[in-house]
Design a protein around this ligand. Structure first.
Ligand code: GDG
Length: 479
């Protein structure tokens, strides 16, 4: 039963809280604005339950210094949370992407600790929690998403003890030695412990969390459970996220996408093998190492330009953060040097695109590629690897995958590599390029079974079923 007066009656029974709303603003030439649902598995998976339960999605709408009223889009109530320009700099670019992101990704880049960034993080988290406390119906289920909002569960619990709170972390949860660097480590852990269920991509992350809770909060733990002084029991478990696998396969079977895939190959000189990388331009994704490995294969003569070409798509990301600017310059230079050294007139060894594309074009890239290279230095899961597999309905194609991507736990028939080992990566790329059709099919069949049977609906059902075991009324779609 609710004990606070902050909530409104007739509120939403199911509430998602994420840093961003699942929509992008589209401005027509005459200046009128509309909203378009941003593509993404999470939105697709949660839309049916949102509609059925009268759900609401709370998030920032993407423009600083702008206040918007709640509105309904495609049958889902959207509740915009305003952020000032300073908050975008301190909470989003600062604490979220300059402190937590590198800290949680093995400190590949050094995390920066600034007290004013932390203060902004607390302020913004409180704003999200207060908005949720107003929007949620009595006994509602609230699902908080990701590292930008780790304090929300506890803040919301204090305002609304009646609601059931789930939290899911999309990125890795670091080993104890690294997490301990965070000056606000206890507050961070206590923030998460406001939830009833804390979900991670991998079992190891859940174990890291439990270990840290034991060490820094003094709460008792047993296996995946934390026992709080108020009698609540919090569980920490792994829920490996997935994709709308059927949706991707359908897209890849569309005649226009099939035709576009052939066109892409044609534009690249119809290579014997097309090797593909698609990532957000992020230092965690291992682009440098991967491009170096491919460049060395070419310059050493192990691969010839007639054997294979490499297409790297790097989607612009966090462009105002300094380490991302440096990364972009580094990759520009590296690609330029390799192409300059070993290219010739015509298609280049490496075609590098710094742009984002519609979903159809993504599917065409996946369909066009013989070898997909996904070699992050650290990655919570990596959906690109799963999307590639979902598109390969004829069981062709090979996947080179980093051991340090969460997806490696499930995609065991890929060519697994340590992305820091350039020679190992070169060998795996060669093996993947040279795999016989029989070997490709053997591996791809197994990979497809895994991805098609464990899709995003299954993931959402698992999480919500675990959060609400008594009722199971939150089922997304029958599985
Ligand atoms: C975080 C975690 C975890 C990329 N470029 C374009 C485009 N994309 C889409 C891909 C894929 C998604 O973005 C990227 O997802 P990833 O999983 O690869 O990586 P992160 O963005 O780092 O995501 C990650 C994920 O959260 C989910 O929990 O797996 O570990 O870091 O879906 O297709 N989509 C379109 N155009 C592009 O240019 N339309």
């Amino acid at each position: 039963m609710a004990s606070s007066g902050t909530k409104t009656s007739g509120g939403a029974e199911f509430v998602v809280i994420a840093n961003r709303l699942p929509v992008d603003r589209v401005v027509a030439p005459d200046g009128t604005t509309t909203w378009r649902t941003s593509p993404g598995g999470l939105v697709t998976a949660l839309e049916p339950v949102m509609r059925r339960k009268g759900g609401a999605w709370i998030g920032w709408h993407g423009a600083p210094d702008e206040k918007l009223r709640p509105f309904t889009h495609d049958g889902v109530k959207l509740v915009p949370v305003p952020l000032s320009e300073t908050e975008v700099v301190e909470y989003y670019e600062g604490f979220s992407n300059g402190t937590l992101w590198p800290l949680y990704h093995d400190v590949i880049a050094p995390p920066a600790f600034h007290r004013e960034w932390w203060d902004a993080y607390v302020t913004v988290n409180r704003r999200f929690a207060e908005r949720a406390a107003k929007v949620a119906a009595e006994d509602a289920v609230v699902w908080v998403q990701d590292y930008q909002l780790q304090l929300v569960p506890r803040m919301l619990r204090e305002l609304r003890p009646d609601v059931r709170i789930g939290f899911f972390l999309h990125i890795p949860f670091p080993p104890t030695e690294l997490f301990q660097q965070l000056p606000w480590r206890r507050e961070n852990l206590e923030g998460l412990l406001g939830a009833d269920l804390v979900g991670f991509q991998l079992p190891g992350a859940a174990q890291n969390f439990i270990r840290l809770v034991r060490k820094h909060t003094g709460h008792k733990t047993h296996r995946d459970q934390v026992f709080l002084p108020d009698g609540r029991v919090v569980r920490a478990k792994a829920f490996p996220i997935s994709i709308d696998a059927k949706g991707f396969e359908e897209l890849a079977r569309t005649p226009s996408v099939v035709a576009r895939a052939a066109e892409i190959r044609e534009s690249l000189g119809n290579p014997k093998k097309l090797v593909l990388g698609i990532d957000r331009l992020d230092y965690t994704k291992g682009l440098r190492q991967r491009i170096r490995a491919f460049g060395e294969l070419m310059s050493s003569g192990a691969l010839h330009l007639d054997d294979a070409v490499f297409l790297q798509v790097a989607t612009p990301s966090r462009e105002r953060v300094a380490s991302y600017k440096t990364l972009r310059d580094d990759i520009d230079r590296l690609v330029g040097r390799i192409n300059g050294d070993i290219g010739r007139i015509g298609p280049q060894p490496i075609t590098y695109l710094h742009a984002s594309y519609p979903r159809e074009e993504m599917a065409a890239f996946y369909l066009a590629a013989d070898v997909m290279v996904v070699t992050p230095l650290r990655d919570g899961m990596n959906l690109v690897a799963k999307e590639y597999i979902a598109c390969r309905y004829d069981d062709t194609g090979t996947l080179v995958l980093s051991e340090f991507a969460g997806a490696a736990g499930e995609l065991k028939q890929s060519y697994l590599v340590n992305p820091y080992d350039i020679n190992g990566m070169k060998q795996a790329m060669l093996d993947a390029i040279r795999a016989s059709p029989k070997e490709q099919a053997r591996r791809m069949k197994a990979l497809r079974k895994q991805v098609m049977e464990n899709d995003i609906d299954q993931w959402a059902n698992d999480f919500l079923g675990e959060l609400e075991p008594e009722t199971h009324t939150m089922r997304v779609r029958p599985v």
